[in-house]
Write a protein that binds this ligand. Structure first.
Ligand SMILES: Cc1cc2nc3c(=O)[nH]c(=O)nc-3n(C[C@H](O)[C@H](O)[C@H](O)COP(=O)(O)OP(=O)(O)OC[C@H]3O[C@@H](n4cnc5c(N)ncnc54)[C@H](O)[C@@H]3O)c2cc1C
Length: 380
């Protein structure tokens, strides 16, 4: 019987892993099956653009996989049975057996941090959520107020994109930090501040949001702000599936893996991308980003090809080169970093940074040949 290799999740990490595995194992007795909730490759790094009313082509996964022997199953994974070595799905086929599993289900918004966020806040963490926000923003664009909570990269990109696309929209950005862009070099931080000011985004530093309401939010110091939409961008956590299945996970639900991306609790299972807590070159856990997901997708394919051929692979290197922030379509900041993610002095700003970021986004796995359908989040 052939060896059944199943990859769950066709984002940046899972799609790259499946394609590379199929290429490396094409002359072997291994079948590669890729399971994903949708038949499209969702470029998550563009979801703030979707929320701001832009359209882009969402590549078809079948097109991405054409010419490869990868079998695509479009279904939502509901559970993993580690005893029976089976992935359970909500629709057909219902159950998919595996000999080796690659877990690549990405991440979602942290909506359980304060009361009211899960009920009332919008997010840009997945296609459905970003599409919901897009429709709400279209309703309030001419004179409404949007409150973006979180001063990290997603919050900065979302606030800037909305402000640039809709000059009539009042955009407030709330962060518990002293300033925006902590961790960036001073020149990058100064550019961020100037760009937000130019776009008319009001920044509320040192302001911790305590509650989200249907019509606004309350801060920990007792101040209330009205808003027609609250967007929650304080960070991501991995799906509950890994923890529920009994894998060793960290506090964010990420599967803990060794330097070859193998689960420390279940040796027949590997994890990649946002859903994996791997060790980066600094020794710190991998950062949720494409810069971690892509080397992990490549790396897991190399590791498995070696192990299935009876060779012991070396460690997968997860290092960083830059932090890339878009500030609308015509501005941005690129903070170049050491491999261990510490900022270098070299920073790119303005239009050059916007062009650099767009080139990086296009070069990622899903943005090769364009897909055959437009995406406005409606599935049309
Ligand atoms: C708005 C935004 C902007 C970002 N900008 C940047 C940036 O500029 N640079 C950067 O490096 N990173 C950025 N990120 C982070 C980056 O998108 C993630 O780190 C990256 O997508 C992780 O890739 P992944 O393959 O692990 O997961 P994902 O890309 O999330 O893919 C996971 C896949 O699993 C599927 N899936 C999930 N659950 C199930 C299930 N139960 N059953 C079946 N399929 C399932 C999903 O549909 C998806 O196809 C941004 C994220 C967001 C939201």
């Amino acid at each position: 019987m052939s060896h059944r290799l199943v990859v769950v999740g066709a984002g940046y990490a899972g799609l790259l892993a499946a394609k590379r595995l199929a290429r490396k194992l094409r002359h072997s007795d291994v079948t590669v099956t890729l399971v994903n909730a949708s038949d499209r490759f969702v470029e998550r790094v563009r979801l703030h653009q979707l929320a701001a009313g832009q359209r882009w082509a969402a590549p078809s996964l079948r097109q991405q996989l054409s010419g490869t022997p990868v079998q695509l199953v479009v279904a939502r994974v509901t559970a993993i049975d580690t005893t029976g070595r089976t992935v359970c799905t909500d629709g057909a086929p219902g159950a998919i057996g595996y000999d080796t599993l690659v877990y690549a289900l990405g991440s979602r918004a942290r909506l359980d941090e304060v009361p009211g966020a899960a009920e009332h806040a919008y997010t840009v963490a997945d296609l459905e959520q970003a599409a919901r926000l897009r429709y709400r923003i279209a309703e309030i664009a001419s004179a409404g107020t949007v409150a973006v909570v979180g001063g990290g990269l997603t919050g900065l990109e979302t606030a800037s994109e909305l402000a640039e696309s809709y000059p009539g929209l009042r955009v407030r950005l709330f962060t518990g930090a002293d300033d925006v862009g902590s961790g960036l070099a001073p020149r990058a931080r100064a550019h961020l501040r100037r760009a937000l000011e130019r776009l008319g985004v009001s920044v509320h530093p040192k302001t911790v949001v305590a509650t989200v309401r249907e019509d606004g939010l309350d801060t920990r110091d007792g101040t209330s702000y009205d808003a027609d939409a609250v967007v929650w961008t304080t960070g991501f956590r991995a799906p509950e599936l890994a923890r529920a299945a009994g894998f060793a996970t960290d506090e964010s639900g990420r599967m803990i893996v060794d330097t070859t991306l193998r689960s420390v609790s279940h040796p027949e299972v590997y994890a990649v991308g946002d859903a994996a807590a791997a060790v980066s070159v600094s020794g710190a856990p991998s950062r949720m980003s494409c810069q971690s997901a892509l080397p992990m997708g490549r790396g897991v394919a190399d590791v498995l090809a070696a192990r299935l051929a009876g060779r012991e692979p070396g460690p997968v290197r997860i290092g960083y080169a830059f932090t890339n922030i878009s500030l609308g379509r015509r501005d941005g900041v690129v903070q170049f970093t050491h491999a261990d993610d510490r900022p270098r002095r070299f920073v790119l700003t303005g239009r050059a940074a916007a062009v650099f970021k767009e080139a990086v986004v296009r070069s990622t796995v899903g943005s090769g040949p364009r897909g055959d359908a437009g995406s406005d989040g409606s599935g049309s």
